[in-house]
Design a protein around this ligand. Structure first.
Ligand code: NAD
Ligand code: UDP
Length: 326
């Protein structure tokens, strides 16, 4: 299976949330291809630093705005037609679910609708960054795209899970009723350089704690699992989906499933840290296990992740060492 590039030099791409961790890597690859990329971000969880190296390029524009307030009309970069719109904006860490609940609901609802309207008017391909959280605390393992999920609609994670599920429903509704060219990717736990050390997710937290020699805060027993994906592998998968004519939803991630206890031990060992593991209270509705079934991604897109956890974590630790000065 070979997916040819649909988007390259001469194409205009809008990336919402493009100054964030995952989206900024995607933006780098699109700029390298020669696309003109417009990033729309309000820096609520992202940073201008992640795109600072692109600011002088004629094929790059940064628009500072809250996409939940509608698409800005006063910026020249927003005036021309887009060939593709990638809706990547959303706070994504479980600590954000408690700090920014209404912001998360808005960016996964009114913003999605506004972007779908624009994609439809422009005849652009619309790619929705959804999540493995759409499966909630899954009762099926590994998770296939056909699984409808197990989400607590009023729990603390619901603002994120339900907003993404709404975005998926909206995306399919525009596809079916307006003929919009759409794609949905369900992203599984991804990590790598440009994550914020204090973003609250397990990998940046454990690495920061290990480098500082602080206790590693494992929630609960640490037997809960996640399947971790290095950002380069994920970005390749998203681009394969963008370039294809597939609608999805399609899972993207890896089958490197491990318990949080194993993850903590691996990070302590790779950093050469003297940190001990400390077991603290676990939040409610925390999914017990998560691993994508990647059959569709393989068969429809030719996707294959290649980075091992040791290699990817090693590269991420090197980034954090430099950033934190350890
Ligand atoms: P991130 O927080 O680093 O990136 C999100 C970006 O969106 C940030 O730059 C933020 O400032 C911006 N943003 C948020 N609300 C906005 C708004 N209203 N207007 C404009 N900009 C806004 O997070 P990330 O981990 O890179 O996630 C990127 C996307 O991928 C998100 O949609 C997330 O839900 C999805 N995702 C990520 C993972 C993962 O493991 N990293 C897993 C599943 C899904
Ligand atoms: N976790 C942990 N310690 C932390 C942060 C997270 O043990 O300091 C656990 C969390 O309870 C969850 C897993 O690690 O079971 C993955 O959490 P993360 O926030 O990275 O991602 P998500 O829950 O969104 O999959």
């Amino acid at each position: 299976m070979k997916v040819a590039n649909r988007f390259g030099a001469g194409h205009r791409i809008l990336v919402t949330g493009g100054a964030g961790f995952v989206p900024s890597h995607l933006v780098d690859r699109l700029v390298e291809r020669g696309c003109t990329v417009v990033v729309l971000d309000n820096f609520v969880t992202g940073s201008k630093d992640n795109v600072a190296h692109l600011l002088e390029k004629p094929t790059f524009a940064l628009v500072e705005a809250d996409i939940s307030d509608g698409l800005p009309t006063d910026h020249p970069a927003m005036a021309e037609r887009f060939d593709a719109i990638l809706h990547m904006a959303s706070p994504a860490s479980p600590t954000d679910f408690e700090k920014l609940p209404v912001e998360i609901l808005r960016v996964g609802s009114v913003a999605t609708l506004a972007l779908l309207e624009r994609a439809t008017a422009d005849g652009a391909r619309f790619l929705m960054a959804s999540t493995s959280e759409a499966y909630g605390d899954p009762k099926e393992h590994p998770q296939r795209e056909t699984y409808w999920g197990n989400v607590n609609p009023i729990g603390i994670r619901s603002v994120y899970d339900e907003a993404k599920r709404f975005s998926e429903a909206a995306t399919m509704a525009y596809h079916r009723s307006r003929g919009t060219d759409t794609a949905i990717v369900r992203i599984f736990n991804t990590y790598g350089p440009r994550m914020r050390p204090d973003d609250g997710r397990a990998i940046p937290t454990f690495i920061s704690q290990a480098l500082r020699g602080e206790p590693i805060t494992v929630h609960g027993t640490g037997n809960q699992t996640r399947s971790i994906c290095y950002v380069d592998d994920l970005v390749r998968g998203i681009l394969l989906l963008l370039d294809s004519t597939q609608t999805g939803p399609i899972n993207c991630g890896t089958e490197h499933e491990m318990s949080m206890r194993q993850l903590a031990e691996t990070i302590v060992s790779l950093t050469g840290s003297s940190s001990e593991v400390s077991y603290i209270t676990r939040a409610s509705d925390d999914p017990e296990m998560r691993r994508p079934d990647l059959t569709l991604a393989r068969e429809l897109l030719g996707y294959e992740p290649t980075v091992t956890p040791e290699d990817g974590l090693g590269r991420t630790i090197a980034y954090f060492r430099e950033r934190l000065g350890y």
